[in-house]
Design a protein around this ligand. Structure first.
Ligand SMILES: C[S@@+](CC[C@H](N)C(=O)[O-])C[C@H]1O[C@@H](n2cnc3c(N)ncnc32)[C@H](O)[C@@H]1O
Ligand SMILES: [Zn+2]
Length: 321
């Protein structure tokens, strides 16, 4: 539906390939706003027209996901860690929304796990990569839109968002916007950076991220970020991985062990992406558990489970009414 007035949209198609609409237009019958469909993606967000802080975030992540386009075999396990207690079977026959889908790795998994339909939305150019990643899946769809102005009706069985809300100017408002698209009785999952155990990031990394790394040219950051990424890569491969192998209890004495041992199986490219992702974001909030709990309470969600993931982040799951 129309993100400006909630009116219904009528579709005109100028080019289609089989059932896929490649070029066309969606026009609101109530307020006459129109939204183009180009390269297979309905475009509800004009990047030059959104607020400055959102624009900077979208530009930086857009670049990231157009550069780091590859898939890793560990993405499924990683996603299940972020959305636990949800399992692959949970997706079967559900109409699913992913907010801030980035390169589409999770939209793709949701479709492969049997969702009836899954829609991935993102504000940035990442949608181009997400579209390519899901082009062959007839139950997966990608839309370019702002999480705060979703062009969608309240028809979803399940909505999830991984690593997105803490990058918004108002994370709580983004969470409410996501949940507002879920039908009564449906479910929501959200995974966010936690404040707890991340005091060192807030004190040491945030000033560098805010003043330097989120402001420099992305290609320069790509190379600069290889320095901390190399340190983390060596530490995870030579220390965290071995000291956390089955039978060893030594890992527990290491700094930030839960998280660093969790990423230790990833190869160089993926670890470089993780470091780049942290440094490129212009906005990042580290949210205390108490605040996250309040969001769910204010939403009126029930059967809420909130758990600490890798001792550095919060994941929540609940039922919407
Ligand atoms: C760290 S990435 C996470 C991507 C994906 N969820 C994943 O885990 O691979 C954050 C994503 O949120 C998107 N994003 C940021 N602000 C947004 C907004 N206002 N509306 C929609 N998406 C937004 C960015 O473009 C980016 O792709
Ligand atoms: Zn309208």
């Amino acid at each position: 539906m129309c993100p400006a007035c909630d009116g219904s949209l009528s579709l005109s198609v100028s080019r289609a390939e089989d059932a896929e609409i490649i070029e066309g237009e969606l026009r609101c019958s109530a307020c006459a706003s129109s939204f183009p469909i180009t390269r297979g993606i309905p475009r509800f967000a004009e990047l030059t027209a959104v607020e400055r802080d959102k624009q900077a975030t979208a530009e930086n992540f857009g670049w990231q996901w157009r550069h780091f386009t590859e898939k890793d075999e560990r993405y499924a396990e990683q996603l299940l860690g972020w959305i636990a207690p949800v399992t692959p079977e949970f997706f079967r026959d559900k109409v699913v929304l992913e907010a801030g889908c980035g390169k589409g790795r999770h939209t793709q998994l949701a479709a492969q796990w049997g969702a009836r339909e899954v829609i991935g939305i993102d504000l940035s150019e990442a949608v181009e990569t997400a579209y390519s990643a899901t082009r062959s899946l007839s139950n997966a769809h990608v839309i370019q839109a702002d999480i705060f102005r979703l062009p969608l009706a309240r028809k979803f069985d399940y909505a999830f968002s991984v690593g997105v809300l803490h990058h918004l100017p108002d994370p709580r408002k983004g969470f409410f916007s996501l949940a507002s698209k879920v039908k009564p009785g449906g479910h929501v999952s959200a995974w966010i950076y936690g404040a707890e155990n991340n005091e060192w990031i807030v004190r040491l990394v945030n000033p560098v991220r805010e003043k330097i790394t989120s402001r420099i040219d992305q290609r320069a950051l790509l190379h600069l970020s290889k320095i901390p990424a190399a340190g983390i890569f060596l530490a995870t491969k030579l220390i965290y991985g071995p000291l956390n192998r089955r039978g060893s209890t030594l890992g527990q004495y290491l700094f930030y062990n839960d998280y660093l041992s969790a990423i230790s199986p990833f190869g160089w490219r993926e670890q470089h992406l993780i470091v780049f992702d942290h440094l490129v974001a212009p906005t990042a909030f580290y949210i205390p558990r108490e605040e996250f709990e309040t969001w769910w309470r204010e939403l009126g969600a029930t059967d809420v489970t909130i758990s600490w993931h890798n001792k550095n982040s919060w994941r929540g799951f609940g039922t919407i009414h």
